[in-house]
Design a protein around this ligand. Structure first.
Ligand code: SAM
Length: 228
């Protein structure tokens, strides 16, 4: 039986790389990475010598066949993305579903090696209800974007989404347009990294903070919006 490990990697701080994740990558027969240039640095740092190749949304049918032939040979495989948990706004879902659809249960087992995920980290320190929440991943850039902001403005549950720095202010403006004045928001920036920062307040306050401190509109962002 082939074991297929879906391994979470750090979202910044390398000390968050779990012992189990490192050992799994060292012991796997082969690793598929979202981007080999990104993962190579991690492998060098943690002395992971396993052979690897890329696997992402641009991968061809030939690459899928490579995965399938490893499974037929009962190899143990690991999948990682550039950072955080694979499949969470990252590649991985398609190949996992193809494995389920093309092999019988006796031929493979898919095993999660849990670890960091930016949205869970942001939610965990937001102070907003997280027993029920809606995760949107990245919002669409154009078509459907307004509709989602309207939906977020009416959500009773906490909403969480990823946003790039150059759309951060636009996202805050849209939230301001659709939400009531006192709606609270939490912006997590560069979690676990040197410039980690958390800003919590009503949308107007948070937007003004970033307008007044444009040098802070850099890095990686996750936004959490309190429910109605
Ligand atoms: N798979 C990853 C995970 O488990 O969170 C997410 C991958 S997605 C391509 C990358 C986005 O996640 C970034 O653009 C940013 O919005 C968010 N993100 C990743 N690392 C982050 C961090 N350290 N702090 C805040 N947001 C982060």
């Amino acid at each position: 039986m082939s074991k297929i490990f879906i391994v979470a990697t750090p979202i910044g701080n390398l000390d968050d790389f779990s012992k189990r994740a490192i050992e799994t990558l060292k012991e796997a027969d082969f690793i598929f990475c979202e981007d080999t240039r990104v993962s190579r640095k991690l492998f060098e740092k943690f002395d992971i010598k396993t052979n690897y190749d890329s696997y992402n949304s641009h991968s061809t049918e030939k690459k899928k066949e490579k995965v399938f032939s490893f499974i037929k040979e009962e190899k143990n495989l690991a999948f990682i993305s550039d950072a955080g948990t694979p499949t969470i706004s990252d590649p991985g879902v398609k190949i996992i579903s193809q494995i389920y659809e093309n092999f019988s249960e006796s031929e493979f087992e898919i095993i999660p090696i849990p670890g960091p995920a930016a949205f869970v980290s942001a939610l965990s320190v937001s102070g907003f209800s997280s027993s029920e929440f809606i995760f949107y991943g990245f919002l669409p850039h154009k078509k459907g974007r307004e509709k989602i902001f309207k939906e977020i403005s009416q959500n009773e549950k906490t909403s969480v989404f990823y946003e790039s720095p150059h759309r951060l202010l636009k996202a805050l403006e849209s939230l301001e347009k659709f939400c009531e004045k006192n709606r609270k928001i939490f912006v997590a920036r560069e979690l676990t990294k040197i410039y980690e920062e958390k800003k919590r307040g009503n949308i107007f306050e948070v937007k003004n903070y970033f307008l007044e401190n444009p040098e802070k509109i850099r890095g990686e962002f996750c936004l959490v919006v309190e429910g109605v």
